[in-house]
Design a protein around this ligand. Structure first.
Ligand code: URA
Length: 248
């Protein structure tokens, strides 16, 4: 197995938000760090860190946080913002507190509006983030929109045309697939990520979105058993599913 990292343990733990290197050395001196059940005092030593390291290393008898390179799926509730800076409740407050001090930092993979709920990916993996949001990859995002007015019947053709121009833009939208689910509800799959795109698309056909929920990104659906506000880590197959990479 190849090592994912070769790193001084105090640096790894500092990067995971456990404290400054000095604080981590104090934890080790006090016998609070263990590897395979044995107290580990030399945290200046380099370790070849494999995927199983997080399960082997404990701090105060608790398994280590996920190693750098994580991807999590969060069921974003309405009313929280995808931002590190804005006032008000932030999606990051739904993650473990220590994760806010991780380096590299965790950020959302694209954004959902404050009023949108559903599947939000969070990662500290720059390569994954880049692939998932790259316009060239056309990762589909599926939403359920609840509308203020009944569908007229021509929306699917307009959205599929590849000619719809949003207000204030000079490039038409890529074709998008609309599937009516009821008089005032539809599933919409888009492959771009323009600002307020779904709400603006329905505004462009004379409607108004009253509720918006993202149910899938790429081949990954929001798990039915993930309650609003809850999150879980993705495994390799689920990460590949997001990017629609076929695994051997
Ligand atoms: N489109 C929107 O209008 N809002 C979102 O949150 C996502 C897509």
């Amino acid at each position: 197995m190849n090592a994912r990292l070769n790193i001084r343990l105090d640096r790894l733990l500092a990067n995971l938000g456990y404290g400054s290197r000095r604080e981590i050395q104090a934890l080790a001196r006090n016998g609070r760090i263990a590897l395979d059940g044995q107290i580990l005092r030399d945290v200046e030593k380099r370790f070849a860190v494999h995927d199983d390291f997080a399960a082997r290393l404990t701090i105060d008898d608790m398994p280590l946080d996920p190693l750098p390179g994580l991807v999590a799926v969060l069921h974003k509730p309405v009313g929280v913002t995808c931002s590190h800076k804005e006032a008000g409740p932030l999606v990051y407050a739904l993650l473990p507190e220590r994760w806010r001090r991780r380096e590299p930092a965790i950020s959302s993979v694209g954004r959902l509006d404050k009023d949108t709920s559903g599947l939000l990916l969070l990662t500290d993996d720059g390569a994954f983030l880049h692939q998932a949001i790259s316009p060239r990859r056309h990762v589909p995002k599926r939403y359920i929109a609840t509308l203020d007015r009944p569908l007229r019947g021509d929306e699917a053709a307009t959205f599929a045309s590849g000619a719809l121009m949003l207000n204030g833009e000079d490039k038409p939208l890529a074709p998008a697939a609309l599937e009516p689910l009821g008089a005032q509800q539809a599933a919409l799959t888009i492959t771009e990520g323009r600002y307020h795109q779904v709400r603006r698309m329905f505004a462009a056909v004379g409607n108004h979105v009253v509720a918006l929920h993202r149910v899938a990104v790429g081949g990954l659906a929001l798990p039915d058993d993930l309650a609003p506000g809850a999150w879980r880590l993705l495994d390799d197959a689920q990460r590949a599913a997001v990017l629609q990479i076929q695994q051997a």
